[in-house]
Design a protein around this ligand. Sequence first.
Ligand SMILES: [Zn+2]
Ligand SMILES: [Zn+2]
Length: 353
Amino acid sequence: MLQAVLEKPKTIVFHEIPIPEPGKDEVLLKVSRIGICGSDIHVYHGKHKYATLPVVQGHEGSGVIAKAGSEVSGLMIGEKVTIRPQLFCKECIMCRKGRYNLCLDYKVIGVLGSTTGMASEYFLIKASLVHKLPQGITLDQGAMVEPAAVAVHSVKLGAAPVGNKTLVVGAGPVGNLVAQAAKALGAEKVIIVDISQERLELAKKCGVDICVNSRDRSLADIIAEHFGSDGADVILDCAGAPVLVEQMVHAARRGTNIVLTGNYYDKVPVELGLVQRREINLVGVMNYLAEDYEDTIRFIARGDMKVDPLISTYFDIKDYNEAYQYIDENMAKVMKVLIKVVIDRTLLTSNQE
Ligand SMILES: [Zn+2]
Ligand SMILES: [Zn+2]
């Protein structure tokens, strides 16, 4: 089978390797779609803090069960699934508390060098990390579950004790999904801000109530206009820009929850005195839990979260490098690029006989 290996920055090469056999608690997937996200882009350019090369990328994706190990139950050959790409020890303090997304030995499959992602024709994974896609969910949508689950997890962590007027900062793929997740989880009013009109229009198309261009306006001003003197109960940062975090703290009301979903590559200056006096909760977000996946899949199936409008374009797996080139050249407008892995039915048939 074909495997795409990121050998050095900006260089994905293709190897022909044998199709792996599932162990007793594993399944073999025929890979269908792989999403490229912000952290993949950083890894591709050799700019990710914790990633080492070579690495086989691909942590957002969908496929079809091609083979299952002897102890796997409840998953059938030919079923459409998505993967939850998290490895954890099950023994450390955080795993024992059920917060395995914070495992002390946590790994994201396909991001860190010692793991192998989905960027190949077939992919081996523990059955416990596979989620079924119900009838009516497409393989495209299946590849969007991972980023959408980050959004759902973020909104749950930010759940405010008082009210649920929500401000989402940044309307890129993550911000868009966070705003939709907030609505799906019951927020009464959601504002999303960005400086890209294109991204704001897309958010509107996805059903977000209030889409505001923040180019010439402060967050405090936008909150005052749309939420009045009650202010925002929750502010979710999906931009990761230090200057905006500072603004968020100033724009927060007493008791506002500020959720940090964005990635911060620089130190962020924040006026902690305000955090203290206003009892502002600054909440970090790391990935998701299995139940966030199940909620996300349900939201997508019901149409409460619309992921199709976020798919910008597709590239064949053989054109993986070109996909990154396209992203680099269209950074301002690109949302989600999906890699298509063409389905070959031969293994499926031989296995079903
Ligand atoms: Zn991702
Ligand atoms: Zn652990």
